[in-house]
Design a protein around this ligand. Structure first.
Ligand code: BGC
Length: 737
């Protein structure tokens, strides 16, 4: 936000404190010249409650608004430009509904498939989540409506979410859980950030000065408002001191009085209160200045955009013998979700849609004069009879709203057993069976994939999903969605299996940054469908990979050719690895992505930039990102496990020069080209153990490499004194510098 004239000048302490908490469930206070504003959920539609019944759990009704695909669907588009357009439409609807700040996007990492709120988050990967989250923010804010980036931070489970501590090491925090937020803050400058309910390493996010001030403001340059999640403040005074600006919802003035009291008692700095009030005032002024006078939005155009987003979100997981797309013919449609679609998740994000496409009706439209019979699938014999009488069957499977929601986690990732029984019976009677999946969190798919020749993953597609599914089933749209999350063979394989959910108030993030495909690849485990996977009705060939180092990072060029018979869009993924790294790193990680749309026979040279930031790791010692020098392996492909081409590239890094001390180990010294020679000489003259291990049947050097050099001197029986060693090390350090 830009600093304008200070609207809080002249406000007294009580008025400043009053600006820091809500007037009602969804509004801030008007104080002096500072206007009140409306904040509302978010993220995949505007949940504007204008009546007296208000809640943050999705219980009471709200004004009709377009229900776009939730983040689980949007992420499968891998399409930032499309997400930005959805953001613009959401901004327009916010303005029409009198909303100044839309509470989204949710960019928490999908650490475990059981998290009940995964449907509201983008991905297991921080680059994909951050890029899409930034696009959403740009879109919404381009309409003069603020975004609220949430839930900051490390809120990856619903169980005990208002108390539990996420216990995470510094590298993992920066590289995974904070990285997503960092990308969005740096790229899109959201007007507000929402702190989460949970604790991080023992400290509530709302009271975490390191998180809200050191990282968010000092490191990343955030200059907007930090708002609490609804009810996330346990101690307003501690929260304000840590960097919280706005507590929501209203406390009826109670916590404002606590702030005033603390300042008067000398336990809270008056300047901090004034700064927070200033930020809220600037937000309110800016948001009301840009609010405009729109009172309606284009319902049809937004429904059409929701359909386009849903089309792009659908992932073709499997398509044996090109069963899809279907020709119009007699069809059997089976399963309740065909008639009552599951298209969004439960909780605060729940939208009252402007209309709803029903898959069965849309399929019937495409089938023309051909009969489309329907069976809800509750009676298996009836479903089998329906399937037998048709040319092909479309079976809708998935999770109900009760099985996954904000507020609680799942205990397993299985589809309901009766659904698998149904599928088995239908496939036995009708081999030409297509499965369509609806779900917010990942479900186990090995059995389904083993049974059905064709499989479409709809995740959650929003209000226009029914039409979009029909478009893909009949080939009007060639699917190009890609998984944003790995589908593991079984829950037991997943990275946080033994550390989820919290126990005695703590969640141990023991798998560190090895989440999602980073975990499955590091352990070389088979999965049902890998991260980034998705097929097409056409085929794409990759050739001519060129990777060059630039000042900003890498330039990756390749040629993509459509070798099939239909126009299509290919999502190209760039993965990087650093096999020679001195620190533990994933085998490969997503370092860039892009897409290209090609007609049959057409080819295109694609450029995908990779930033230095996306190659670096966080060094807790140096307290900064470090890019290691050396060879990086860059691969391009159609999924994390369908890598088509690879090339090595030499990168010049920015490692900090850490001076050697008596605490440096022999191994560290010998690994340094300058130190190695001097140290080898000292060793041969002063080591009490000698250097010849040939007769001993062991590797002496390896035994000694973790001994600090100061301690080696101690073993030299006075041949090398501490002072001599210091002199030697100073000489080596001088040469290296
Ligand atoms: C959710 C937030 C939401 C807020 C307001 C909370 O329970 O965690 O995502 O924005 O309520 O509804």
């Amino acid at each position: 936000m830009t600093d304008s004239a200070d609207p809080t000048a002249g406000l007294d302490l009580a008025e400043q404190a009053a600006l820091g908490s809500g007037a009602s469930f969804w509004t801030t206070k008007a104080v002096g010249p500072v206007p009140a504003i409306v904040l509302t959920d978010g993220p995949h539609g505007v949940r504007r409650q204008s009546g007296s019944a208000t809640d943050h759990l999705g219980l009471s009704g709200s004004e009709p608004a377009t229900c776009f695909p939730p983040a689980v669907g949007l992420s499968q588009t891998w399409d930032p430009a499309l997400v930005e357009r959805v953001g613009r439409a959401l901004g327009d609807e916010s303005r029409a509904l009198g909303v100044h700040v839309l509470l989204g996007p949710g960019v928490n990492i999908k650490r475990d498939p059981r998290c009940g709120r995964n449907f509201e988050y983008y991905s297991e990967d921080p680059l994909l989540s951050g890029t899409l989250g930034a696009a959403w923010v740009r879109g919404v804010q381009s309409r003069g409506v603020g975004a609220s980036l949430k839930h900051f931070a490390v809120n990856n489970a619903e169980h005990d979410r208002m108390r539990a501590s996420s216990d995470v090491d510094a590298r993992t925090l920066r590289e995974l859980y904070l990285r997503t937020f960092e990308i969005v803050v740096r790229q899109a400058r959201p007007w507000t950030v929402m702190c989460s309910y949970n604790r991080i390493n023992g400290v509530y996010a709302s009271e975490n000065a390191w998180l809200l001030t050191t990282v968010l403001r000092d490191d990343w340059g955030f200059d907007g408002v930090v708002v609490s999640d609804w009810g996330a403040v346990a101690d307003r005074v501690a929260a304000v001191a840590a960097g919280l600006d706005l507590e929501m919802p209203t406390t009826g003035g109670i916590s404002d009085a606590e702030v005033v009291h603390a300042v008067r008692a000398g336990t809270l700095d008056a300047d901090v209160v004034a700064q927070a009030a200033g930020r809220v005032a600037r937000l309110a002024t800016k948001a009301t200045e840009t609010a405009g006078t729109a009172t309606s939005f284009d319902v049809d155009a937004h429904h059409q955009l929701a359909r386009e987003a849903a089309q792009r979100a659908i992932v073709l997981l499997k398509n044996d013998d090109d069963l899809l797309p279907l020709e119009p013919s007699p069809l059997a449609v089976i399963g309740g979700f065909a008639q009552e679609p599951r298209y969004q998740g439960g909780g605060s994000s729940h939208v009252n849609p402007t209309r709803l496409d029903v898959p069965l009706d849309e399929i019937r439209r495409f089938a023309g004069d051909h009969p489309v019979s329907y069976s809800p699938g509750t009676d298996v014999a009836a479903a089998v009879a329906t399937a037998e009488s048709a040319d092909a069957a479309i079976v809708f499977l998935g999770l109900t709203a009760e099985e996954e929601s904000e507020g609680y986690d799942r205990e397993h990732i299985d589809l309901p057993a009766p659904q698998l029984d149904l599928l088995r019976a239908v496939v036995a009677a009708q081999p030409r069976t297509v499965v369509v999946l609806s779900h917010g969190g990942v479900v186990r798919l090995d059995a389904v994939a083993g049974l059905a020749p064709a499989l479409l993953d709809g995740a959650l597609l929003g209000q226009a999903g029914g039409g979009a599914l029909a478009d893909v089933l009949f080939g009007v749209v060639n699917p190009s969605g890609r998984l944003a999350e790995t589908v593991p063979l079984r829950l037991q394989d997943s990275p946080a299996y033994l550390n989820f959910p919290s126990e005695a108030g703590h969640t141990v993030y023991g798998e560190r940054m090895f989440v999602g495909y980073r975990w499955y690849d590091a352990r070389d485990m088979p999965v049902t469908f890998p991260f980034g996977h998705g097929l097409s009705y056409t085929r794409f060939d990759y050739s001519g990979l060129e990777v060059t180092a630039t000042g900003e990072g890498l330039a990756v060029h390749l040629t993509v050719t459509n070798t099939g018979t239909r126009p299509g869009r290919e999502v190209v993924q760039v993965y990087a690895g650093h096999p020679g790294s001195a620190v533990g790193r994933p085998v490969r990680w997503l370092a860039g992505f892009g897409s290209v749309t090609l007609d049959p026979g057409e080819r295109s040279r694609v450029e995908i930039p990779v930033s230095r930031a996306d190659l670096a790791y966080w060094s807790p010692d140096a307290g900064r990102w470090v890019l290691e020098s050396g060879e990086y392996l860059v691969s391009v492909g159609a999924s994390s496990r369908d890598l088509r081409l690879s090339a090595s590239v030499t990168v010049e890094g920015d490692e900090p020069m850490r001076p050697f001390t008596r605490e440096s180990t022999l191994g560290e010294l010998l690994a340094d080209p300058v130190a190695a020679q001097t140290i080898a000489t000292v060793l041969s003259s002063a080591s009490p153990f000698g250097t010849d291990d040939s007769a001993l049947g062991m590797n002496l050097l390896r035994m000694l490499e973790s001994v600090p050099i100061g301690r080696m001197a101690g073993f030299s029986a006075g041949k090398v004194t501490g002072e001599q060693l210091d002199e030697l090390l100073a000489g080596i350090n001088a040469q290296r510098a």
